[in-house]
Design a binder for this molecule. Structure first.
Ligand SMILES: Nc1nc2c(c(=O)[nH]1)N[C@H]1C(S)=C(S)[C@@H](COP(=O)(O)O)O[C@H]1N2
Ligand SMILES: [Mo]
Length: 198
């Protein structure tokens, strides 16, 4: 009976757990470096590069449509957490407020605390991606990326930047922190795109 709550992907979850991953019931914190503490009052989000430079305040983000999401979360260190409940703003809704140059094909995600990770426009603009400020009904805690993080469910979670505060639109791929340090450039968990490769 109890077995179905434990770590081996059972038949009912197996098709949702990529090869080489195991389920966790907790919600581990995975951060390189320290946890930035940022107030919503002073929080800012900037868009630049091949896009009209724009700065968003917390109030402007909250004025955008708010949506609930249920998403699975796959960390390349082999844990997966299913059915995480989030609230936030869809990337496609946010992007209605951004004027992007058609020459932009890639993005660098920037964060408080200086972490970076890169993503293609195609992977970023998917309907299921979102910026989250709430998890399981509570304000997103600082160690999980509050006030705001990106969530990109179809890629390994290192692409889901915590404390995200900027998007730099690029005419070609550039590499973020882990990508420069041996991680795969794209990171599809269903193809086990873990380390070194495009
Ligand atoms: N800014 C920032 N974002 C980050 C990271 C980080 O170190 N810094 N770690 C990434 C990794 S490797 C994972 S698995 C997830 C972990 O999110 P969690 O700590 O909320 O579980 O955040 C990602 N986003
Ligand atoms: Mo990770």
């Amino acid at each position: 009976m109890a077995g179905k709550f434990f770590t081996k992907p059972g038949s009912e979850y197996g098709d949702r757990v990529p090869k080489g991953q195991h389920l966790t019931n907790g919600f581990p914190v995975l951060t390189y470096g320290g946890t930035p503490h940022v107030d919503r009052d002073t929080w800012q989000f900037r868009v630049w590069g091949l896009a009209k430079e724009t700065t968003f305040s917390w109030a402007e983000l909250m004025a955008m449509p708010q949506t609930d999401f249920t998403a699975d979360f796959h960390c390349v260190t082999t844990w997966s957490k299913l059915d995480v409940q989030w609230t936030g703003v869809k990337v496609v809704d946010f992007m209605k407020h951004v004027e992007v140059d058609p020459a932009a094909v890639h993005i660098m995600e920037h964060c408080y605390g200086d972490y970076t990770t890169n993503i293609s426009m195609d992977d970023f603009l998917r309907e299921e991606n979102f910026f989250a400020h709430t998890v399981f009904g509570e304000p997103l805690p600082p160690d999980h990326g509050g006030p705001l993080r990106l969530v990109v469910p179809h890629l390994y979670a290192w692409k889901s930047a915590k404390w995200i505060n900027g998007l730099e639109f690029l005419s070609k791929e550039e590499l973020g922190f882990w990508e420069r340090n041996g991680y795969h450039h794209r990171g599809d968990p269903w193809k086990e795109e873990r380390y070194s490769g495009r």
